[in-house]
Design a protein around this ligand. Structure first.
Ligand SMILES: *Cc1c(COP(=O)(O)O)cnc(C)c1O
Length: 380
C-alpha cells in the first residue's frame, strides 16, 4: 500500500467490544489478573499499554519496519538505545546531531563509561576502523540542514559490523525511510512532525531486529521511559495526517526558501530542496521531498537579528519545530547560546542565522510576514 494509506491504517482496527473506530484511551496504571500471572497481555503500564501498541504499529508501518517502541520523549528513545551498550563501548556520531542528544552523550553517558567520537560524515569510514558498537547520525541536521548519505554511511557501518541509527525527525517517514537505505534503527522525536500539533512530547525507535525490539521494550520498562497512554493516543491522532501535512509544509517551505534566496538582505539560504544546496544531489537521491525547515543567514548583527526574530506576526518566536503553526528561532541567542561565539561561527551558526519551521498556513501570508518585517531594515 502507498504511504498515505499506511499512515492512516497500519495496524489499526476497530476496538473489539464496541466497534469504536478510534481506540479508547487506556488511562490505567495496572490490570486485573485472573490468577497470579494470568493476564490479558498487560500487567502494568510502565511495561505496556494498548495505546503504546496502536502507535507502534502505525509508526512501524510508516517507516516500513517490523517493530517500533514508543517512549516518553525523543531523548527517552536515545536513552533506551544507549542502555543497550556497556561501559567501554564506543559510539561514532556525526557532527550536527540534535543538541540534546549531544548533551546526553557528553554530560551523562560519558560518565557511565561510554565513549563518543564526533566526526564529519566523510570521516565515518575511517572512524569505524577503531572498534565500536554504534554509528549515530542525523540527516537533515539542525539548523544548517546538512545532508549525510544514508546508504553510504550505513553500508560502511554494516561492513564494519556496527549497528547504524538514523535520527529521521526532520525528514519524517513521509519523505525518507532510512531502513530501506540500510539503517538498522530509525529514531524519531514524535514531538515534532509525527505528533505535528505542538501539544505532546514523545519519541520512538523503529527496527527490523526482533532481538533489539525486546531490548528496547525492556529498557523502557526497566528505566521508566514509558510515555502516557493519553500522549500516545494524541500522537496517533496527529500522525495519521502526516502525509497531507508534509505536502503543505514542504510546499510552503519551498516558497519561503525561494523568496529568501532572492532577498537582498540574505547572505545564504539553507534548504535541501534548493539546487544551490551543497548536497542537493544526495538529498534528491534519498528524499522524496525536502520537509518544512528553512534556515537563513541575514546580513544582520546580533542586536538586529534579535529584533527581527521578535517582530514577525505569523511566525511565533519559539523553540521546537514540526507543528502546523509556523515558528522561528534564533540559534545564536536561543538553542546554541551556550556555545562561545567563535566556535559557533566555525560551525556556521552566525549571529544573523534564523531557523524557520514553516507551518501549514497560506504561504502568501508567511512570505509577506517575512517581507514586511525585513522592510524595517531596508530604510537604514
Ligand atoms: C527534538 C529532537 C530530539 C529530541 O526529542 P524530544 O522529544 O525533545 O526529547 C531529537 N532529535 C531531533 C532531530 C529533534 O529535533
Amino acid at each position: 500500500m502507498h504511504f498515505a494509506t499506511r499512515a492512516v491504517h497500519s495496524g489499526q482496527h476497530p476496538e473489539e467490544t464496541t466497534g469504536a473506530v478510534m481506540p479508547p484511551i487506556f488511562m490505567t496504571s495496572t490490570y486485573a489478573q485472573e490468577a497470579p500471572g494470568v493476564i490479558k497481555g498487560y500487567d502494568y503500564t510502565r511495561a505496556g499499554n494498548p495505546n503504546f501498541g496502536d502507535l507502534e504499529r502505525l509508526l512501524a508501518g510508516m517507516e516500513g519496519g517490523e517493530h517500533a517502541t514508543v517512549f516518553s520523549s525523543g531523548l527517552g528513545a536515545v536513552t533506551a538505545l544507549m542502555s543497550t551498550l556497556k561501559a567501554g563501548d564506543r559510539v561514532v556520531c556525526c557532527h550536527g546531531i540534535y543538541g540534546g542528544s549531544y548533551r546526553l552523550f557528553t554530560k551523562v553517558f560519558q560518565r557511565f563509561g561510554l565513549n563518543f567520537s564526533f566526526v564529519h560524515p566523510h570521516e565515518v569510514e575511517e572512524a569505524l576502523k577503531t572498534p565500536c558498537q554504534l554509528l549515530f547520525f542525523e540527516t537533515p541536521t539542525n539548523p544548517l540542514l546538512e545532508i549525510a548519505d544514508i546508504a553510504a554511511l550505513c553500508s560502511s557501518a554494516r561492513a564494519a559490523g556496527v549497528r547504524s541509527v538514523v535520527d529521521n525527525t526532520f525528514a519524517t517517514p513521509y519523505f525518507q525511510n532510512p531502513l530501506a537505505l540500510g539503517a538498522d534503527v530509525v529514531l524519531h522525536s514524535t514531538t515534532k512532525y509525527l505528533g505535528g500539533h505542538s501539544d505532546v512530547i514523545g519519541g520512538a525507535l523503529i527496527t527490523n531486529d526482533a532481538e533489539l525490539k525486546k531490548e528496547l521494550d525492556f529498557a523502557r520498562m526497566a528505566i521508566g521511559l514509558n510515555p502516557s497512554p493519553f500522549d500516545t493516543w494524541l500522537t496517533l491522532r496527529g500522525a495519521k495526517t502526516l502525509a497531507v501535512r508534509m505536502e503543505r509544509h514542504a510546499k510552503n517551505a519551498s516558497a519561503v526558501a525561494d523568496f529568501l534566496q532572492r532577498h537582498p538582505m540574505v547572505k545564504r539560504v539553507y534548504y535541501p530542496g534548493l539546487t544551490t544546496h551543497k548536497a542537493h544531489e544526495i538529498a534528491r537521491k534519498q528524499m522524496r521531498g525536502y520537509s518544512g525547515i528553512v534556515s537563513v543567514e541575514f546580513n544582520l548583527d546580533l542586536q538586529e537579528a534579535k529584533e527581527l526574530v521578535s517582530s514577525f506576526k505569523v511566525f511565533t518566536l519559539a523553540e521546537s519545530l514540526g507543528g502546523i503553526e509556523s515558528l522561528v528561532c534564533h540559534p545564536a541567542s536561543m538553542t546554541h547560546a551556550s556555545i562561545p561565539k567563535e566556535e559557533r561561527e566555525r560551525y556556521g551558526l552566525g549571529d544573523g542565522l534564523m531557523r524557520f519551521s514553516v507551518g501549514i498556513e497560506d504561504h502568501r501570508d508567511l512570505v509577506e510576514d517575512i517581507e514586511v518585517a525585513l522592510e524595517m531594515y531596508a530604510k537604514v
